[in-house]
Unconditional design. Structure first.
Length: 141
């Protein structure tokens, strides 16, 4: 009887710790998967802006990103479980953020803030995401 009781007590002490550890691994894995999805969003947005046929088309994409409405979230598969994104678009070589035809590169920067309703600190210290792409020629516009 003593050996069975000892095994039961050991099991009762170890299982909650194991479940806590397993839950933390799963939760952080999901948060990291969302972070990787934001990397994909940055690349996709940069590509869409780079291949846009005109400055007006680029400006429309930038405007959509500023609002982050449901259509934009769906088009770029922007998740919203763990982080609240701030997406900025910069055109280079001019630093004024305009969509003039003299820009050569577009840089998409996504900084992630933890969602307010999320009470657990997830992946503290994640770097902001940045993706730069060369703009295709818009000489025809």
């Amino acid at each position: 009887m003593g050996q069975k009781a000892q095994s039961l007590v050991e099991f009762a002490l170890i299982v909650p710790l194991f479940l806590l550890f397993a839950t933390g691994v799963i939760y952080n894995g999901l948060a990291y998967a969302e972070y990787l999805q934001y990397n994909n969003v940055a690349r996709t947005v940069a590509r869409d802006i780079a291949v846009a046929k005109s400055a007006e088309a680029r400006k429309a994409i930038v405007t959509d990103l500023a609002t982050l409405d449901e259509d934009t979230r769906e088009r770029y598969a922007i998740p919203n479980k763990f982080y609240q994104p701030t997406i900025t678009v910069e055109f280079e070589p001019n630093d004024n953020g305009s969509t003039d035809n003299d820009a050569k590169y577009v840089t998409i920067k996504i900084s992630l803030e933890q969602a307010a309703e999320d009470k657990i600190d997830v992946l503290v210290g994640m770097k902001p995401i940045s993706y730069t792409m060369r703009l295709e020629s818009t000489a025809s516009t």
